[in-house]
Design a protein around this ligand. Structure first.
Ligand code: AMP
Ligand code: MG
Length: 438
């Protein structure tokens, strides 16, 4: 029996080997899959940190406002305050600077007014050493800075991020399987991991097949078409973290297919072909794979578009024979190849972002298969809406390029009325709909 999408995916993932981990420079790590645990090497913040530019003080010294207090010294970001804050005084402080001992709040500069007058004497300040010790040779500014009027109420703790309030030393911050995005790279940098361990990039050999296919910059003859699957599948593979080996285009000829696929099997972790897997007389990919010793684990899936999908393996090398129809090729890549590539690198999350949306027009599914319908998702005050795109089917690559999501209708869901809720998979370059007819 033809396997369902879920069954075929489970069978595919069972074939996936995990590639070894390797250290990479942080600058090359975006999109890679983390393969180590990352813990905090020290608390964050590492000191009581001022969250605003302004004045540090004891909240108890400003219980009635407005009040006027003298400025004792200044603390800049990067500077350790060697002096404790004298009772009844302020320290001018910058965002990111350590709050001096004695102070428990920061008043933003916008809530103050500076009066042009003298502050505490430098002698008096020097006599009040901070319990923090001498710091790293940084010298607090000792120049008194006049008097400052505090104009707003001060709560203890305001605009101070206490030491260890975000993270304590030893906290687990990232775990293996996390795909490294900007936020994760920031965490790695903050704890000094300059060469994280990540899964090796899968090598994907890509072969486009078909007598009718010509290069992008060639003028197609009357019965020819340009190779649009090559760039699309290569882009999807790279987006999933792979390195692409281009095997070029082969005609529908067994010997030519065999040569190209044999090279892919020898050089790559994954071989992907496009075209030549349906029921036509010149669909030769399956017999060629068999001749090359590839076990064919899946030869059809109950999915629309893309039923004639082939998944096989030879040793640790996986083979995907994608259908040639452009929408089928892209949809089946997303359903089976992308999760396999991510799993190979050790990723935890294998699926595209999903959400439920309210259908703003009817959807139908008379295919008896799980139907993946190109659609547009739109957000507005009433919620998330989705509508199907006019499409001529699995060859309509232009309709697919207007989609920002794919609506998934299971085989039993033959009709969806406007107003019902449907599951949507968001496509990689998701752009929220502006409501224009696409
Ligand atoms: P096939 O899977 O070989 O039967 O091809 C199915 C349809 O996809 C046919 O209309 C092909 O012309 C088309 N097709 C196959 N390969 C490509 C490609 N690389 N780029 C665009 N269309 C293709
Ligand atoms: Mg063909």
């Amino acid at each position: 029996m033809t396997p369902s999408v879920a069954e075929a995916l489970a069978r595919t993932l069972a074939l996936v080997p995990e590639l070894p981990a390797e250290p990479v420079a942080l600058a090359q790590a975006r999109g890679r899959v983390l393969r180590q645990e990352v813990c905090a090497d020290r608390p964050q913040p590492a000191f009581d940190r001022a969250a605003m530019d302004g004045f540090a003080l004891r909240a108890a010294d400003a219980t009635t406002v407005p009040c006027t207090l003298p400025v004792a010294f200044e603390v800049r970001a990067g500077q350790w305050p060697e002096l404790a804050l004298p009772v009844g005084a302020l320290a001018r402080i910058m965002t990111g600077a350590p709050v001096p001992s004695g102070a428990d709040a920061v008043v933003p500069v916008e809530r103050t007014r500076v009066l042009p007058a003298g502050g505490l004497g430098a002698e008096e300040l020097r006599s009040r050493r901070s319990p923090h010790g001498t710091g790293a040779g940084l010298r607090p500014a000792l120049e008194p800075d006049g008097l400052v009027v505090i104009e707003a109420r001060v709560e203890p703790g305001q605009h101070v991020a206490p030491r260890g309030s975000e993270v304590v030393a030893g906290d687990r911050l990232l775990s293996p399987g996390r795909r490294l995005d900007a936020a994760a790279l920031a965490v790695l940098a903050s704890v000094g991991v300059s060469r994280p361990l990540v899964g090796r990039r899968p090598r994907v050999a890509l072969l486009v097949t078909g007598d009718e296919i010509v290069a992008i910059d060639a003028m197609p003859g009357p019965a020819q078409i340009r190779n649009s699957n090559g760039p699309a599948v290569a882009a999807l593979a790279e987006e999933a973290g792979a390195e692409v080996i281009d095997l070029g285009t082969a005609p529908d000829d067994a010997a030519a297919l065999e040569r190209a696929i044999a090279r892919g099997l020898a050089e790559a972790d994954v071989v992907i072909t496009s075209g030549g897997v349906s029921a036509g007389d010149y669909d030769l990919v399956e017999p060629v794979l068999l001749r090359l010793g590839v076990a064919l684990d899946i030869t059809r899936v109950a999915v629309k578009p893309g039923a004639p999908l082939v998944v096989g393996h030879r040793g640790a090398c996986l083979v995907f024979g994608l259908p040639g129809n452009p929408v089928s090729a892209q949809v089946t890549f997303d359903l089976f190849v992308r999760p396999a590539l991510l799993r190979m690198q050790g990723a935890r999350e294998l699926a595209r972002p999903r959400l439920f949306a309210r259908a703003s027009a009817a959807f139908t599914n008379r295919s008896g298969r799980e139907n993946h319908v190109p659609a547009r998702v739109r957000f507005d005050a009433a919620g998330v809406h989705v509508r199907p795109l006019r499409s001529q089917g699995s060859g309509d690559l232009c309709a697919h390029a207007r989609a920002n999501a794919v609506v998934v209708l299971d085989p039993a869901r033959t009709a969806v009325a406007a107003g019902e809720t449907v599951p949507c998979w968001l496509l990689p370059e998701f752009e929220a709909d502006d409501g224009e007819e696409a």
